[in-house]
Design a protein around this ligand. Structure first.
Ligand SMILES: Cc1cc2nc3c(=O)[nH]c(=O)nc-3n(C[C@H](O)[C@H](O)[C@H](O)COP(=O)(O)OP(=O)(O)OC[C@H]3O[C@@H](n4cnc5c(N)ncnc54)[C@H](O)[C@@H]3O)c2cc1C
Length: 210
């Protein structure tokens, strides 16, 4: 999405296509708890909460790495992983992403903290959870440009693969080849690896011809 600013010489149609690759903003929040007795009492591991400030949270998975063993007892400290994708329901997908990004950049930590304490307090209160006593630390990690866009038949026009913005946008331009997960139309690392390989092969082909 930023490439047209780095390379204004690109053809207008390609710049337009690149501008359409709007990423989803993401917030991954970690909350340290003194114990997870409330989760145990309510027999909860993960919570989906559409419309809530964080729409999903779960207890950290049990991890065994080398000699490290994570907690098994509800009396032990643990981390809770919480997810928020800031958005503005009612708008088209990418406009929601842009509105969410603006919100993310202007939201103070105190707003996150208040919402985290409120949401965990309301969800877990029947398990005896007390936000003031049970929460020991909070980190909020914000990605204004998080997941790369993927084709969404709800909002995106029906286009053949060669006409889709990620394909038009990744066209080689002289000695510049374009990689990144967005150029594969997929949010995940496998897309980034595939596109990195494709971009390098384009350059090798160019060198081979000269
Ligand atoms: C919160 C979060 C969780 C994720 N979880 C997963 C997961 O569990 N599994 C999964 O497969 N994928 C996950 N992803 C997606 C994955 O991170 C991306 O698909 C992948 O990192 C994309 O790799 P990339 O090399 O294309 O881009 P990036 O990893 O974004 O790398 C681009 C690099 O370019 C640098 N850069 C930018 N502009 C310039 C410039 N002008 N000059 C020099 N350098 C520049 C940046 O600093 C950055 O280091 C997650 C993404 C986020 C945000």
């Amino acid at each position: 999405m930023l490439i047209p600013y780095l390379c204004p010489e690109l053809p207008p149609a390609q710049k337009d296509a690149l501008h359409k690759l709007v990423k989803t903003p993401l917030v991954y929040t970690s909350v340290a708890l003194r114990n997870w007795q409330a989760f145990d009492k309510l027999k909860l591991y993960r919570v989906y909460a559409p419309g809530s400030y964080h729409t999903y949270f779960h207890l950290n998975a049990h991890v065994t790495v080398g000699t490290y063993r994570s907690t098994k007892s509800p009396r032990d400290p643990i981390l809770v992983h919480m997810v928020r994708t800031p958005c503005k329901p009612g708008l088209p997908e990418h406009e929601q992403n842009r509105a969410g990004r603006a919100e993310l950049l202007s939201t103070p930590f105190e707003t996150f903290e208040r919402n985290i304490r409120d949401q965990l307090g309301r969800t877990l209160k029947d398990g005896g959870f007390d936000p003031a006593g049970d929460i020991t630390a909070i980190t909020v990690n914000r990605w204004p440009h998080g997941y790369a866009p993927e084709y969404n038949p709800l909002f995106d026009p029906e286009l053949l693969e060669p006409e889709r913005p990620h394909v038009v946008g990744r066209a080689q331009f002289g000695r510049i080849a374009i990689a990144n997960s967005d150029s594969g139309g997929g949010a995940y690392t496998d897309s980034a690896i595939d596109q990195g390989h494709r971009a390098v092969m384009e350059l090798l082909h160019t060198v081979g011809q000269s």
